[in-house]
Write a protein that binds this ligand. Structure first.
Ligand SMILES: [Zn+2]
Length: 357
């Protein structure tokens, strides 16, 4: 039985969002995925198996167009394609959109139309707030035209001017540290508190909607993606969830995966990261580097790679065991997360650094 066009489109949409982050990573890694011909030589039969995803990691089913839109609180809504998230606030002066992931793309306006039509309010996007400059979160910004007021941190503007990507127009309205955006009687508190995931990432707090949006740090129900979410400042990113919890809120929009987050999700993430850091220290004190340097001799890179990978794997093993069934992907990305946290403990904190006698 052949699948209907609608089914094919659904399965394409379901796959496309999950795959959206891959090309950049594969290209950076220079791996087999960078070469489509090489990728085709693989077979699904030979790919590794991973633990099942805990049901708590999943959100509501998407509709036939590939999105779900739900209410966070009052006139604040969130949209997902089950991998990426955006949000929007309907006001009497139009709609404030928070991020515009290209995987959700034209479904953003469809979701807004659906809600605005049902509530008899304007469906016109008048503002877009950028969480940070990454294309996977705001690469559909240009769909909303030139008349929209785009809002981001000063650092966000600097990075978008550098990137010069027509899909991501630079913000018109910028702020250094704090700004309260007031639209149609609504208050949106924006705060830049230094680098974390990226140099420009901001805290988006809607105090009257009990919601905090903070993207690419805590991914509710899931462990972080590669390298602790492709991290640009590990110590600051480890500290950021405590800052998030210092705000009053009930609903957390993390920018990823299929459901809203809770305060408990942030606490579980903090514990996961703390467990990695603890086990990294144990691993650095336990794994003997001698065999790696003995085997590889003057190939210092081979020795360093195999030794540091062994430390990361040693640190990851008990964390994978503890979080499998609690956080999705624990067995997929914990070794990668442990590696980047290991490097931060060595290089940012100076742990284990020794001066030649
Ligand atoms: Zn990002």
């Amino acid at each position: 039985m052949s699948s209907s066009p609608a089914t094919s489109r659904r399965s394409f949409l379901a796959r496309s969002a999950a795959l959206a982050a891959i090309p950049a990573v594969a290209t950076l890694a220079g791996g087999a995925l960078a070469d489509p011909a090489a990728a085709e030589t693989g077979s699904a039969d030979t790919l590794p198996d991973y633990a099942p995803i805990p049901p708590s990691a999943l959100g509501p089913a998407v509709n036939e167009l590939g999105y779900f839109v739900g209410r966070a609180e009052k006139n604040l809504y969130w949209v997902t394609d089950s991998t990426y998230q955006a949000a929007f606030l309907t006001t009497r002066e139009g709609v404030v959109l928070f991020d515009a992931p290209p995987t959700i793309g034209r479904n953003l306006q469809r979701a807004i139309d659906q809600i605005a039509g049902a509530n008899g309010v304007s469906n016109e996007v008048t503002y877009i707030v950028y969480s940070h400059h990454h294309a996977d979160h705001i690469g559909a910004s240009a769909l909303f035209g030139r008349d929209v007021v785009r809002v981001g941190s000063t650092e966000n503007k600097r990075l978008l001017e550098r990137d010069n990507d027509p899909a991501r127009p630079v913000p018109d309205l910028t702020f250094d540290e704090r700004y309260t955006l007031q639209v149609g009687g609504e208050r949106i508190r924006l705060a830049w508190q230094g680098t974390n995931h990226t140099p420009d990432n901001i805290y988006i707090h809607l105090p009257n909607h009990n919601t905090l949006m903070l993207v690419d740090l805590v991914l509710p129900g899931w462990v972080p993606f590669y390298d602790f979410n492709l991290n640009e400042d590990v110590p600051a990113s480890i500290a950021a969830p405590a800052t998030a919890l210092s705000y009053p809120w009930k609903h957390y929009i993390g920018g990823h995966m299929g459901r809203l987050g809770t305060r408990d999700d942030v606490v579980v993430h903090q514990q996961y990261v703390a467990d990695i850091a603890d086990n990294v220290r144990t691993a650095l004190a336990t794994v003997d580097p001698t065999p790696y340097f003995t085997k590889y001799g003057n190939n210092a890179w081979a020795a360093a790679k195999t030794y540091l990978d062994a430390v990361a794997d040693y640190a990851a093993a008990p964390v994978i065991a503890k979080y499998t069934g609690i956080l999705a992907g624990a067995d997929v990305f914990t070794a990668s997360n442990a590696f980047i946290i290991l490097e931060s403990i060595r290089l940012d904190l100076g742990y284990g650094s020794q001066i030649h006698p």
